[in-house]
Design a protein around this ligand. Structure first.
Ligand code: PDD
Length: 290
């Protein structure tokens, strides 16, 4: 296959273009200031998973930062379906990024009326049969160095990049971030433990964590299936002693965590509740996919 045929078709400001021709100004505020928000929607069987939830969170991120969202839900899904079709995407995700646009110079102060930059592209990924879903992942604890509005999904991701790099250097797959002795969330996912009496524990929603769309779906499903969830803070020591641990996100759904800081969780194998929730989530997500 030649390079040309391997190029993805991407979306940039109203146009579908080969990726090599989708160019953005050096003055774009997304590039200069990480003045941008993003979303990742997973794709299964060429359909969008939990997409309306991602759109609602995008609307909220834009509102909180005084950014203009130039697309309706219908316009967005039309673009996403076109990208799925043009790139023959069966399984993976669609990344969306919206920035405050290009003001032609570098100036901290932004001005109203500048058209936003909007980019979408597809990524192929093995989601359902991911080896990490079956084997589980290892995480290390790591200081949460992020800003105070983690509920807004901005592209200000350097702390996550540094943390994940440290995890990989330590032979682990990801981090669990710690603040004031408590776990906030994973490097790019929400964090959960299961107590010895089979209750799922996860941190309550606040500005300290991203309000995961997968998390919201899992909470609903757990209720339907009579699995108890307690929203409260938990320490890393409580996590070491948990029966199970797991993470959730659009790019993982549910992945068991089998070790934290090299200490095996439970018997060191993927937990039964995590695997059950994963199965329930995938079935429900597929049934509601758009
Ligand atoms: N990350 N917490 C953080 C810090 C995240 O970055 C993410 C998502 C989540 C889970 O949210 P959701 O269930 O809506 O995907 C929690 C995406 C996948 C990413 O950055 O690639």
């Amino acid at each position: 296959m030649g390079l040309e045929t391997m190029e993805r078709t991407v979306y940039l400001n109203g146009k579908f273009l080969p990726e090599s021709q989708a160019n953005i100004s050096i003055f774009d505020r997304g590039f200069l200031f990480a003045d941008a928000v993003y979303e990742v929607t997973s794709v299964l069987q060429s359909k969008l998973i939990d997409n309306l939830g991602h759109f609602h969170r995008l609307e909220r991120s834009c509102r909180e930062l005084n950014l203009t969202l130039p697309l309706s839900y219908q316009e967005l899904t039309d673009i996403q379906h076109t990208l799925i079709e043009k790139n023959q995407l069966h399984e993976g995700g669609i990344y969306l990024q919206l920035t405050r646009g290009d003001e032609g110079d570098r100036d901290f102060t932004y001005h109203d009326g500048v058209p936003p930059t909007i980019v979408l592209f597809t990524q192929e990924r093995n989601l359902v049969n991911s080896p990490k879903a079956k084997k589980g992942i290892k995480v290390i604890s790591y200081a949460d160095m992020r800003w105070r509005r983690r509920d807004i999904k901005t592209t200000n991701l350097l702390p996550a990049c540094m943390a994940k790099h440290a995890a990989h250097a330590a032979g682990a797959d990801d981090v669990w971030l710690i603040e004031n002795g408590y776990v906030t969330e994973g490097g790019s996912n929400n964090a959960y433990i299961v107590t010895q009496d089979d209750k799922i524990v996860t941190r309550p929603l606040s500005n300290d964590i991203l309000h995961g769309i997968t998390r919201a779906s899992l909470m609903k499903l757990a209720q339907e299936f009579d699995i108890e969830i307690e929203e409260r803070h938990f320490t890393i020591d409580e996590a070491y002693a948990a029966k199970e641990a797991f993470i959730s996100s659009a790019t993982t759904f549910v992945w068991p965590v089998v070790a934290i800081d090299d200490k095996p969780i439970g018997d060191g194998q993927p937990g039964l509740i995590a695997l059950k929730l994963r199965e329930i989530y995938i079935n429900a997500a597929l049934a509601a996919a758009e």
